[in-house]
Write a protein that binds this ligand. Structure first.
Ligand SMILES: *Cc1c(COP(=O)(O)O)cnc(C)c1O
Length: 420
């Protein structure tokens, strides 16, 4: 098949060639004396992605789901009460995990498409005079509905109620792409994964833990083995892991962090916002609605686009894949068939996203949705043209160190050709 697959699901995202090359390595001994010079700086640099200096970072050979489990099982005990908003499939699944681990979850249900109900968090915390609630679970970016919630607001709700519960934030589809500030917002456990903003394959569950949450490790009685932070901390202290880490993913993570720091995390976040604004301009031009009900909740990493009644969103996705080699995100659980999602996070620029938007237009037209061909593309182009700034000066890549100097062109002899 000619051309590339256009990957516009909100994770896994496109892995840049530079990261692919960094991961393309022969395996090494993860107990060698040089291994810590790979692992230790990566663990340290990762803190910048969470915006923490006080917290400790952890890397599990797992996915985001594993980091969820690590956060809960290292800080809480069976029967503990936790407070959690539910407004999409990911916030639902974290609650489901907490229940299956034996926690009692006070669920604040909100409509899918709304953000976390901060006022209700606040009321529930204020009403909990005995401080029975031990943790607040907060899904910063609900990937299923394209909704970003006010994580700083969750901290404020805890502070206003003078409540000591931990603040645990799922930032799997926000950290590294949408503004996230662990220390400033007083986040105790921050969870992410490798395959979204970090542009890597799935396979790493990443967690940052505040000193306050770390102090609960000894008293927390939930069973844990693979995700035991004590084992991990002990091994990490010398630059090693308690079991076999994924070497390619560690090399990839090192490269991913280098790329994010070279662009500048704040520039990365601004780029995501600009790309998201263009996508939203396209949706508006199509005459369609986002699942996110209010602009304050619009996600800069994923847009969930409602299809008109009578159309199956899954068909749009299937046509896009079969006819145009374009992968769009599906509607999950109760949103199945009602929407499709465009992931606009990770290694992405305007022209790539225009391809995704154009392909979505073709698939929607094929599925019978009455939009005007080119309308979304045109709206995104207009928005980006108005806000574009010149890219950085690019130099030619340096020559490979072992490259031979090119042979000097043979000088023509003065006599050459004489007599012809
Ligand atoms: C992707 C995602 C997860 C799950 O992560 P996995 O890596 O698939 O385990 C959890 N929460 C959110 C918000 C996500 O987007």
């Amino acid at each position: 098949m000619a051309g590339r697959n256009f990957l516009f699901v909100p994770g896994p995202t496109n892995t840049p060639d530079r990261i692919l090359r960094a991961m393309h390595i022969a395996m090494e001994d993860h107990r060698s004396s040089s291994f810590p010079s790979l692992a230790a700086p990566v663990l340290e640099d990762l803190k910048q992605i969470f915006k923490t200096t006080k917290g400790q970072t952890y890397i599990f050979p797992a996915s985001g789901t594993g980091a969820w489990e690590a956060a809960l099982s290292n800080t809480l005990s069976p029967g503990d009460r936790v407070l959690a908003g539910r407004f999409g499939q990911f916030s639902h699944l974290w609650i489901d995990m907490a229940q299956r681990l034996g926690l009692r979850v006070d669920i604040l249900d909100a409509e899918w498409g709304e953000g976390a109900p901060i006022e209700r968090y606040q009321e529930a915390l204020a009403a909990d005079k005995q401080h029975e609630i031990k943790a607040v679970l907060f899904t910063h970016n609900e990937t299923a509905t394209g909704v970003t919630s006010d994580a700083a607001g969750a901290r404020k709700a805890l502070n206003d109620a003078k409540h000591p519960a931990l603040l645990m934030v799922d930032g799997v589809s926000s950290i590294g792409s949408i503004d996230f500030r662990m220390d400033e917002w007083g986040v105790d456990c921050a969870v992410t994964g490798s395959q979204k903003g970090l542009m890597l394959p799935a396979g790493l569950g990443l967690l940052a833990v505040s000193p306050k949450a770390a102090a609960l490790y000894e008293s927390a009685k939930l069973p844990r083995v693979f995700f035991d932070l004590g084992d991990m901390r002990k091994a990490n202290a010398t630059g090693y892991f308690p079991y076999t880490p994924s070497l390619p993913l560690l090399y990839g993570l090192r490269e991913s962090l280098a790329m994010l720091f070279e662009e500048g995390l704040d520039n990365v976040i601004a780029r995501h916002h600009r790309l998201a604004e263009g996508t939203r301009a396209a949706v508006k031009a199509w005459g369609l609605e986002l699942c996110a009900k209010e602009p304050r909740w619009y996600s800069d990493t994923v847009s969930a686009i409602l299809v008109p009644p009578g159309v199956n969103g899954a068909e749009v996705i299937d046509i896009a894949y079969r006819r145009y080699n374009l992968a769009l995100g599906a509607g999950l659980a109760r949103m199945a068939g009602k929407l499709f999602r465009i992931g606009h996070l990770g290694d992405l620029n305007e022209c790539m996203l225009l391809g995704g938007i154009a392909g979505a237009e073709m698939a929607m037209l094929d599925a019978g949705i009455k939009i005007k061909a080119g309308s979304g593309v045109g709206a995104a182009q207009e928005l980006w043209r108005k806000s574009s700034t010149p890219l950085e000066q690019r130099d030619l890549p340096p020559r490979a160190p072992d490259a031979q100097p090119a042979a000097a062109p043979a000088k023509e002899k003065a006599t050459a050709g004489a007599g012809r």
